[in-house]
Write a protein that binds this ligand. Sequence first.
Ligand code: PNS
Length: 162
Amino acid sequence: MKTVAIYPGSFDPITLGHLSVLKRAVGIFGEIAVVVVHNPNKSPLFSSKERVEMISQTLVEAKIDGVRVLELESGLLVDFARDLNAKVILKGFRSESDIEYELPMAQVNRDLTSIETVFLPSEPEYGYVSSSLVKEVAKLGGDVSQYLTKSIEKALVERLQK
Ligand code: PNS
């Protein structure tokens, strides 16, 4: 039986670091669903629907097959996972501070439904790349092409010009 994994996050916007985790995870899990989660603690630059569309486009651009892109507007991630019959929550981590942030969520999620979280270490070249830093650099007019696919860079630059 194939193991379904969900890869949740804000993805505002998706970076090459996220794509690197996804690409490697495709070889490990039978099926992956990227889940764009509305995080009430953040004010995203792109709506959830826009992010779903952008991720779908970037997966084609990056030639990553076999990944679905879904949206969670409200409710618990574990309930969403259960409805999808997902057995694993996939997360990437870059540093100790990511683990500090992620570990309690992984533990609470397991308390709630026994679902396991699997962490994939980031590739060193993306170990410092985050959506928020990329947005800050782009806002200040810096070149972010090395962190994003072409379509995401274009969408980001256009959004910041509005
Ligand atoms: O990319 P982010 O914003 O750091 O991702 C955090 C996210 C969206 C994965 C987390 O906030 C989440 O799972 N939210 C869904 C609501 C939920 O289940 N909360 C309890 C987490 S233990």
